[in-house]
Design a binder for this molecule. Structure first.
Ligand SMILES: Cc1cc2nc3c(=O)[nH]c(=O)nc-3n(C[C@H](O)[C@H](O)[C@H](O)COP(=O)(O)OP(=O)(O)OC[C@H]3O[C@@H](n4cnc5c(N)ncnc54)[C@H](O)[C@@H]3O)c2cc1C
Length: 379
């Protein structure tokens, strides 16, 4: 069978691409190996609409995030997706951290974040009486979103324009043929099928490096190898959850391994702490990636009690685990999203999306637009 575009992966990025592809009139098939969409990173994250403060100036993460923050609220309104523009504080807990906080503030301004303010502890006390710190960055445009509703809206948009979404179908491999690709797919029952397509969009999340390798790309030479990195969340008791109304973050980790153990809120007003950041050993089987390890409770408590002093150890209960698709290995410098159309590797029409970690949820629609912008050369 012939199609225009095959999308591998039914997380938020693949689904956003499907919606974009359909609107551009391409005959599109999306394949997802699980029985439903968004079973991996897209449903195991903080659900924060980021503003774009953290990322290096000029990076895709910075540019797309600043643009996405402007667009996503409007798109959510149009698509009837739940969100709350609740705002966020990044806190300096000690006097020593204030200089770092000021540097981060300057980076935010340079990146083009318009709504950003440095505030003193008096103002923090006024808006968040239970948060204790020396100073803070206040980001009114940061918010939270129901990620499941966002994905449902992309599915709806894609299907309304004729996209086929096939669950329990796994991408196995490819034979490049002239200006097309013959892709091999396997259904859960074991049956295989071949499709011929002009474009392949690799949105396979934690497995996108393996999909790239299946096209004959040397993923080490290309810098595409992923280093899965796990983050745990603890839920906080409802009585303490009521004491916080904005997201509260400490200063980020060095080299941005993670944003630091922060307080996020969900749609029901329940607070969560997390995620921490831990590289997964390459020998750990995938089935064990999401097992919750409760030995970190003390580490979470002591990180957060510094800026949320009414928190008690007993307020914490184990929550979910998410795994980041990180390009950066431990002790390496921060890496940007990879959104590459691979003509220069002799693979025209293949777009690899690799290392789409945070702020990937925020940027999903921007990333999809970027993908199809790159494919416009084939019009
Ligand atoms: C702990 C954590 C916290 C985060 N917090 C935030 C946040 O607050 N805000 C934000 O903007 N972003 C956040 N992110 C990032 C965001 O969650 C990701 O960028 C986004 O979900 C990535 O989506 P994806 O579609 O690329 O990947 P995924 O959701 O992982 O989807 C990839 C899909 O590909 C499928 N797949 C893989 N291989 C194959 C194959 N061979 N055949 C068929 N299907 C295949 C998988 O089954 C999977 O469903 C966070 C991420 C994590 C892990």
């Amino acid at each position: 069978m012939n199609i225009d575009a095959l999308i591998i992966g039914g997380g938020v990025i693949g689904l956003a691409c499907a919606a974009e592809s359909a609107q551009r009139g391409y005959a599109t098939l999306l394949v997802e190996r699980h029985e439903s969409f968004g079973q991996e990173a897209s449903s195991r994250n903080s659900e924060v609409i980021h503003s774009g403060v953290y990322y290096p100036y000029g990076s895709l993460k910075a540019k797309l995030c600043v643009a996405a923050n402007n667009h996503l609220y409007k798109e959510c309104k149009k698509m009837d997706v739940w969100y709350k523009r609740c705002g966020k504080l990044i806190v300096a807990v000690t006097e020593n951290e204030v200089t770092e906080l000021e540097n981060l503030y300057r980076r935010g301004r340079t990146n083009g974040v318009e709504e950003i303010e440095l505030i003193d502890q008096g103002k923090v006390k006024k808006i968040e009486p239970h948060i204790s710190c020396r100073a803070a960055i206040f980001l009114p445009s940061t918010g939270i979103i129901d990620s499941h509703e966002l994905m449902k809206a992309y599915v709806h948009k894609a299907k309304a324009h004729g996209v086929d979404i096939a669950f329990q179908v796994e991408y196995l491999g490819v034979e490049p043929k002239a200006d097309r690709y013959v892709v091999c797919l396997k259904e859960v029952r074991g049956e295989t099928a071949k499709f011929t397509t002009r474009f392949v969009i690799n949105a396979a999340g934690l497995f996108s490096d393996r999909v790239a390798a299946s096209f004959g790309i040397d993923i080490d030479a290309a810098g595409y190898r992923l280093h899965p990195n796990r983050g745990h969340y603890y839920a906080i008791s409802p009585s303490k959850s009521r004491l916080v109304s904005r997201l509260v973050y400490p200063l980020p980790h060095r080299h941005l391994v993670g944003a630091g153990i922060h307080i996020t809120l969900d749609r029901a007003g329940q607070c969560r702490l997390g995620p921490d950041a831990e590289y997964i050993d390459a020998t750990t089987p995938e089935a064990n990636w999401y097992m919750f390890d409760d030995t970190r409770r003390e580490q979470f408590y002591s990180a957060v009690v510094q800026y949320f002093p009414t928190l008690e150890r007993e307020d914490l209960s184990p929550g979910l685990v998410g795994v980041r698709a990180k390009l950066k290995g431990s002790n390496e410098n921060v890496r940007d999203f990879i959104i590459n159309e691979e003509s220069d590797k002799g693979l025209p029409g293949l777009v690899n999306l690799i290392g789409i970690e945070s702020p990937g949820l925020t940027c999903s629609a921007e990333i999809a637009r970027e993908v199809f912008h790159k494919l416009e050369i084939y019009k």
